[in-house]
Design a protein around this ligand. Structure first.
Ligand SMILES: [Ca+2]
Ligand SMILES: [Ca+2]
Ligand SMILES: [Ca+2]
Ligand SMILES: [Ca+2]
Length: 293
């Protein structure tokens, strides 16, 4: 056999082998996901336990080839998938830190001799973390200190308390109320914004300080709550005119002809006159008039 003939036969065999490989690959049908749409959303509560199943991802190979599932994600250790498509959680979730993840699931059949690109299908999935009421409302500042004047009237704003809640939706909405240990008609609190206002008469001469306990409660089911203290100091205002202990003072005021004693008495009377004018003690003024002559 001439060398030319051997080359021709060799090239023929290579072409036959390529043709056979192409034929095998063309015969294989890639598995496909049993899902419509481009992206698939999987929802999970943020308190899902580690190891729990999130979903079964289903795929079909029309030739009934054995299928192998795998994952690719920036969070490599968050999820695991087995060859039945069971997707399980491998780490605790926290919606307040990360509320969604993207990952790609690959499914490949075990077609012998097939190019991997001809036996693998990939699809993007999104894992959405659903909020759970796992955060208690937290007061921004505690305790709260406030001051009111004793003549402040009903409706006067004393202070506004505020609490934040990191959850979402109803789990985040905070209501305010006086705690059961605070029974007061002197102050009122707005349920939705935490504004505390004067609701009744104040009197420094009776109460100089109020200690109020306020509860912040979220709208979760069950709800979570926390408590803060609000100290309200009452300021004095001049709402009580000075009063003499007795309506008439006779013994301290007597006529005298001695000059120094008159001077002393004059000074004494002047001071009493001031007090009398402040207290509107008419009887004392009349008495003083008698003393000058
Ligand atoms: Ca196949
Ligand atoms: Ca959380
Ligand atoms: Ca909450
Ligand atoms: Ca939460």
């Amino acid at each position: 056999m001439s060398p030319l003939t051997r080359i021709t036969i060799f090239m023929f065999l290579v072409c036959v082998i390529d043709e056979l490989q192409f034929h095998v690959q063309a015969q294989n049908l890639k598995p496909f996901f049993d899902i419509d749409g481009q992206n698939v959303v999987i929802k999970v509560l943020e308190n899902a336990t580690v190891g729990s199943s999130l979903t079964i991802i289903r795929a079909t190979d029309e030739e009934n080839d054995t299928m192998v599932f795998s994952l690719s994600s920036s969070e490599q250790d968050l999820l695991k998938i087995d060859n039945s498509g069971n997707l399980t959680l491998q780490k605790p979730l926290d919606r307040e830190t990360t509320d969604r993840y993207q990952f790609t699931v690959h499914v490949a059949d075990q077609c012998q001799g097939c190019d991997v690109n001809n036996r693998k299908t990939s699809r993007l999935f999104i894992l959405v973390i659903i909020d759970v009421n796992d955060n208690t409302p937290t007061f921004i500042s505690t305790p709260y200190l406030a001051r009111v004047a004793e003549n402040d009237t009903v409706g006067h704003l004393v202070i506004q308390v505020s609490a934040i809640d990191r959850d979402q939706g109803q789990n985040q909405i905070v209501s305010y109320m006086f705690s059961p240990s605070t029974q007061t008609n002197t102050f009122a609190i707005s349920n939705h914004d935490g504004k505390i206002t004067v609701n009744g008469p104040l009197d420094f001469e009776k109460v100089q300080r109020y200690t109020l306990f306020v509860t912040a409660k979220d709208g979760g089911d069950p709800s979570l709550e926390s408590e803060t203290t609000v100290i309200v100091d009452v300021s004095d205002v001049s709402d009580n005119p000075p009063k003499f202990l007795r309506p008439i003072y006779l013994e301290g005021i007597q006529k005298t002809k001695q000059r120094d004693r008159r001077s002393y008495k004059y000074k004494q009377l002047t001071e009493m006159l001031v007090l009398a004018m402040q207290s509107h003690t008419i009887s004392l003024m009349v008495m003083m008039k008698d003393c000058f002559y």
